[in-house]
Design a binder for this molecule. Structure first.
Ligand SMILES: Nc1ncnc2c1ncn2[C@@H]1O[C@H](COP(=O)(O)OP(=O)(O)OP(=O)(O)O)[C@@H](O)[C@H]1O
Length: 596
């Protein structure tokens, strides 16, 4: 498709003309109000829950300044997540009604591909602070407003949100741009100060007068002075310091001595002790979140044991959502402000398992990092250690893990010192661990240690809310309003779903893409291989003793080998193509002798 540029576009700045081109490329037209992508209540609640800390920090660190400077104007402060969904807005309510007319409203998606050039969507795409004033909006109906938005990055540099000021006045000056950048910066600093284990905040600047300016460098360190995080100015001033390093290496050893401004070479420093953030204690009864009674029961029980630090074992077929279940559990637990460290026991190379888990001393072995490595268990101190695919752990490592669980301390490889740890252990597997114990592949004592409580997540085919999930995943991927034809829905409900939620998720993604622009998805939108799969009578996938079973296995194996070759050994791409998890693929490749 060739796109014609108007004279107006030719005179535009680059970022703006690029954005208009993207808007046209997405099939939008200036004259018509685009259809909106709006989250339903449940999905919006999930996003609010996920971004609870961010929303609280915006209210505490950005809203007061916005209110003070802008409360007399018709303006709104808007927070969106990294996918462009509006999470919250604050400000003059009368103006809010007007914005609601163009769907600048909570739960609506403002990414460029849905709304054309606009500050939120364009700032998220360009990853920089951007003002889109009146006529610069791609869609005509949006041109009554002027907006400035800035992206917000997490302490690890990941794009997590955008903050925006929208006004009715047709002028956004350099000051508005500075204000919004500074609001984003305040929120990023607050996120930095809330890092788990943060104990000291050290402000740095080349001029003493800049120490409190809002543009100073900031380093967050733990109680031993190890660097946990820095803002971008500190990265610049200290020439990209490494996380985990002693801060004294960069600013001398006097940094923690007093709270007056001191000096180290050209830098002025000020250290403050940060009060550790207390995890909020949740009530005993955790709100019902799952419609399926078996899943809901598993959820309620799991919540109870993790509040008491009892080990939890999560069982269930591949793709039933064990990992997501554990992530939700962590985010609702008393340990949610501390890390959730996941270890995929199936993907760890056998000879590195121990150093990955227990860490190693500096210079412990050839090829090791010269500074040593903390190891996953100590990284999880205070939080959750999630041992995924625990059934794949080598026997030798099992005995060392058992020691950690019993004594609650870790001895790094090559060291004779041990370190106390406080971790919530959650392990997951799709295998029958009891069977593995009986076969001598899994230690009985470790099984008992991990098995404080066992919960089993039901397979998709047995869930009472399967229809709701089908619609939910359809909504996740459809681009416009669209429904599922009854005959197709019947097929989806009758299918066995051996790959569970992962298989359904992949299917919906493909079908939504192939049916873009259609009001209804039906059988004909399914690619051939999916039509064949869904048309099949349910097959008993565990009948490996009879001929039919072996033939089926041979077909599956050749398919895996061919796909692995097609994706040149890229496990992630290959697993996606086959509709199985990376863990399952790793396991299969091991069995086939393709991967060690
Ligand atoms: N509650 C849910 N709603 C919708 N989709 C989900 C849900 N939970 C998981 N999924 C989808 O299923 C996929 C698999 O989820 P997850 O990795 O948690 O499963 P798993 O049981 O840990 O799988 P495996 O045992 O193969 O590692 C996810 O990538 C997601 O697309």
């Amino acid at each position: 498709m060739t796109l014609k540029l108007s004279t107006q576009q030719l005179n535009m700045q680059h970022w703006l003309s690029d954005s208009w081109l993207r808007s046209q490329g997405a099939g939008l037209s200036e004259a018509s109000n685009p259809e909106e992508m709006r989250l339903d209540r449940g999905a919006l609640e999930d996003r609010h829950f996920h971004h609870k800390q961010l929303i609280e920090l915006v209210q505490k660190h950005a809203l007061p300044l916005f209110s003070q400077l802008m409360s007399h104007t018709k303006s709104r402060l808007i927070l969106s997540d990294s996918e462009g969904y509006v999470l919250c807005h604050w400000g003059v309510s009368q103006y809010s009604d007007k914005l609601a007319n163009v769907a600048l409203d909570v739960g609506v998606n403002w990414q460029e591909q849905h709304k054309g050039t606009n500050a939120i969507g364009t700032a998220l795409t360009a990853q920089q602070t951007i003002s889109v004033v009146g006529e610069q909006h791609f869609i005509k109906q949006h041109r009554f407003m002027s907006c400035t938005a800035s992206p917000i990055f997490s302490p690890s540099g990941e794009l997590i949100a955008a903050i925006d000021i929208t006004t009715e006045q047709q002028k956004h000056t350099q000051q508005t741009l500075l204000l919004v950048s500074s609001l984003a910066q305040q929120v990023e600093t607050a996120l930095l100060c809330h890092l788990p284990h943060s104990h000291y905040r050290i402000d740095l600047a080349e001029e003493a007068s800049l120490i409190h300016s809002g543009w100073q460098g900031i380093v967050i360190a733990d109680s031993e002075g190890k660097i946990l995080g820095t803002n971008s100015m500190a990265k610049k001033l200290l020439h990209a310091p490494s996380l985990g390093e002693d801060i004294g290496r960069y600013i001398g050893n006097k940094w923690s001595e007093n709270d007056a401004i001191s000096q180290h070479r050209e830098l002025h420093l000020k250290t403050q002790a940060i009060k550790p953030t207390k995890p909020q204690v949740l009530g005993h009864q955790v709100a019902v979140r799952f419609k399926d009674p078996k899943l809901e029961r598993a959820w309620q029980q799991a919540n109870k044991v993790v509040s008491r630090c009892i080990p939890l074992l999560v069982l269930g077929e591949t793709g039933v959502g064990k990992e997501q279940f554990v992530t939700k559990l962590h985010s609702q637990s008393q340990r949610r402000n501390q890390s959730l460290v996941a270890v995929n026991c199936a993907a760890l190379p056998a000879d590195l398992v121990e150093s990955e888990l227990f860490g190693y001393q500096a210079g412990a072995f050839t090829g090791a990092n010269r500074n040593g490595y903390l190891g996953k268990i100590r990284q999880a101190d205070g939080g959750f250690l999630f041992l995924d695919e625990i059934g794949e752990m080598p026997l030798a490592t099992q005995s060392r893990l058992l020691r950690v669980l019993q004594e609650k301390e870790v001895t790094p490889v090559g060291s004779n010192r041990s370190y106390k740890v406080d971790i919530q252990i959650v392990a997951a597997t799709h295998t029958d661990l009891q069977q593995q114990v009986d076969n001598g592949q899994f230690r009985l004592d470790l099984f008992y240690r991990l098995n404080g409580l066992q919960v089993t997540l039901p397979p998709l085919r047995l869930r009472s809310d399967i229809e709701r999930i089908i619609h939910k995943l359809h909504r996740k991927y459809r681009v416009r309003e669209q429904c599922i034809s009854r005959p197709l829905l019947e097929k989806l409900l009758a299918y066995q779903w051996p790959g569970n939620l992962r298989e359904l998720d992949n299917l919906m993604q493909v079908v939504c893409l192939l049916s873009e622009g259609e009001a209804e998805i039906s059988w004909q939108h399914l690619p051939d291989h999916l039509q064949q799969t869904l048309a099949q009578e349910p097959v008993d996938l565990v009948c490996d003793t009879d001929l039919e079973g072996r033939e089926l296995e041979n077909v599956v194996n050749s398919n895996i080998i061919a796909s692995y070759a097609q994706f040149q050994g890229n496990v992630t791409q290959c697993a996606k193509h086959l509709g199985v998890s990376r863990n399952t693929l790793y396991r299969k490749l091991k069995v086939l002798g393709i991967k060690s």
